[in-house]
Design a protein around this ligand. Structure first.
Ligand code: TXA
Ligand code: MG
Length: 332
């Protein structure tokens, strides 16, 4: 495995060419996208895709997102391209939006975990786009971390989590957005939000002619078999506890007790908490700025050996939905 620095705005052609060759030969390349780092393989090569699952320790019932360098490439991977897909792709691609559509048979079943649909996305990061265009194949890429760990927003996070399991890590610096793409299912009679992200339901609904976008019902919690396992996604090693802004007193005494017991306590705070916390990180009040910092903050608190991380709840508004979702999954 090697880590190679690459210019995030004007990626060096020789480096991209080398990475593209690794993809074409069936290898694994970790690369920056605007959301998080991805662990990429040729989406049309089943053996290569299998290496992704092995490297991540990811159960095969969890389908992958297929990344493309052009809108037309996405259209060739799916059986239908409804008007809603056209509208959303026109507005948000390249960018942090993933569309789930009926899949063509050329896509290995392993990519879609046996589902009749495939998730497609055209990322906007110049390194990701350059790699996709040089490889000239669609690239299946989950976040470049071991299953259930916090997603990586730097090459260092990828190295720490996957190390030698990757052939090449392209280091384009920290990612710009910081949480994973919004995922919307367009394969059924009605669009459904599968994963909230920084593109909010308020951004999406008007474009597809809806006043409001229905979210997936908990009972339908899509790809199999144990929703509980998938819920344990994005978790740091430390125990993460959320507290409402009006429960500061309880949070402070929880922290005090933990510290008394010899634990190391960290916190992500929107305002001051009067408690003996060793590693309190003040977080921004703007959702995009918060998202950019979130995973790096959790990685650093883990590295500092925190046993407990107290996190102040964020507002329950559409703009914060992606962040609320990741925090709720990380809490236990
Ligand atoms: O921002 C992102 O989306 C990042 C970067 C690397 O592009 N990728 C990412 O991949 O977050 P991953 O594998 O960590 O998450 C993929 C999500 C999962 O929630 C998965 O269940 C959903 O997409 N997904 C993929 N294919 C699907 C399908 N056919 N039907 C429903 N959900 C699908
Ligand atoms: Mg992931």
């Amino acid at each position: 495995m090697s880590v190679v620095r690459v210019d995030p705005f004007q990626p060096e052609q020789e480096i991209i060419k080398r990475a593209a060759e690794i993809i074409r030969r069936g290898g694994l390349v970790a690369f920056p996208t605007e959301t998080v780092y991805g662990l990429g393989a040729n989406a049309l090569d089943e053996v290569a895709v299998r290496r992704i699952f092995t490297a991540k320790g990811r159960p095969s019932y969890n389908p992958l997102i297929v990344h493309v360098g052009e809108v037309e490439e996405a259209q060739q991977l799916v059986r239908s391209w409804p008007e809603s897909a056209e509208q959303l792709a026109q507005h948000f691609w390249p960018g942090p939006l993933t569309l789930v559509l009926p899949k063509r048979p050329e896509i290995p079943d392993l990519v879609s975990a046996g589902l009749p649909t495939v998730a497609v996305r055209m990322p906007s990061h110049p390194v990701a786009l350059a790699l996709l265009r040089a490889a000239a194949v669609p690239i299946a890429a989950p976040s470049a971390n071991r299953f259930s760990e916090v997603s990586p927003t730097t090459a260092g996070h990828v190295e720490k989590s996957l190390g030698d399991r990757v052939d090449l890590i392209l280091d384009g610096g920290p990612t710009m957005l910081g949480i994973e793409s919004t995922v919307i299912d367009l394969s059924g009679p009605q669009p459904i939000l599968l994963r909230p992200g920084l593109i909010s339901t308020e951004d999406l609904a008007p474009l597809i002619g809806l006043p409001e976008l229905p979210a997936r019902q908990p009972s339908e919690t899509a790809p199999r078999p144990s929703p509980g396992m998938l819920d344990r996604h994005y978790a740091p090693r430390a125990e993460l506890r959320l507290f409402a802004p009006d429960r500061r007193k309880e949070a402070a005494s929880l922290a005090a007790r933990a510290v008394e017991e010899g634990q190391i306590v960290g916190a992500l705070l929107l305002s001051a908490l009067d408690a003996p916390i060793q590693h309190a990180i003040p977080m921004p009040h703007d959702p995009s700025a918060y998202a950019r910092l979130l995973y790096a903050a959790l990685h650093s608190l883990d590295d500092l050996g925190c046993h407990l991380i107290l996190v102040e709840e964020v507002p329950a508004t559409p703009a914060w939905a992606g962040i609320r979702d990741r925090l709720q999954r990380a809490a236990r």
